[in-house]
Design a protein around this ligand. Sequence first.
Ligand code: ZN
Ligand code: ZN
Length: 361
Amino acid sequence: MPPVDGYTERRRTVASGLAGRKLDAMLIAFSPNLRYLTGFTGSNGSLLLLPDDAILFTDPRYQIQARQEVNCRVRIAKGALLLDVAAAIGKLRLRRIGYEPSRMTCDFFNSLTARLPLKTSLEAVSGWIEELRMIKSPPEQQLIRRSVETNSRAFDQAVARARAGMKEQDLAAELEYRMRRLGAEKPAFETIVAAGARSALPHAQPTRARMEAGGLVVVDMGAMQDGYCSDMTRMLFLGTPPAKVKRTYRAVLEAQLAAIDTVRPGVSTAQVDRQARRVLKSYGLDRAFVHSTGHGLGLEIHEPPRIGKRDKSRLKAGMTVTIEPGVYLEGFGGIRIEDTVVVTETGCEILTPTSKELREI
Ligand code: ZN
Ligand code: ZN
């Protein structure tokens, strides 16, 4: 696993923000944040980040792995991690410790609090590491680009075998198999293959239903490669598409291109979303667009910023986001087109290399 350089630098960035938040330390246990700050990929770990030190607590299953992946201090706990974390906090005489409220279970919080000295308090700190993660460094952008390329290649290889009569599940299995063969660790999320009227379900799971001639198929897939996600949606049509399909497809494609066109540093994410809705409205399809226009992605498939109606964030260079308007018409089907793009200094670059033509099979 080629680690992204700069874990020490990332930890320093967090460490230098402790004083401003009146914290003696920050406790991080959410695994994408742990990976971001240390490179650790295990499922059980807690990082105690101090102004000039960092200790990763994990269990004996990760003894070898942690030492290979991590360049800060590692403590292997014999029992529950929180006992060792609490003991270290006591020994270091830490008073105010930041923690991630949306990422810590009530159980862990209560057990830890019960074991801390009376004068020590846990302070909720929300979204700090996630905010740092929004801007991708050049090596991270490179990893996302590779994940996107693997994903698109897997799509091409699997779709070459798609035909009428094939089960949704079988196409999904083929897509995931190809993805792994091409270097992905796993799919970044459950692959969506939905045929015919089922394509109108934005989050359909593949079933034993067969893809029938004269029907639409939505394929929404993403790879996770070296920890980084990709995300793409493309549409297939089994046969020659009728006028209504062509017109609806054109509307969604126009909306997607218009939204991508607005992506540049300083633009609000709500503005990008509005652009997609404006185009769909001109086709009388805005009510059929039932989700937001996109989301950030990186170590997680969904991470900030969100690109929706009510979002307040502004785009910055280095963010990687999806642009994925869609329309969903009951009884007819759904059409969504999704690319992964990176915000550059002057606009954006579409990373997804796959053609956006409606693919006829
Ligand atoms: Zn997707
Ligand atoms: Zn997406």
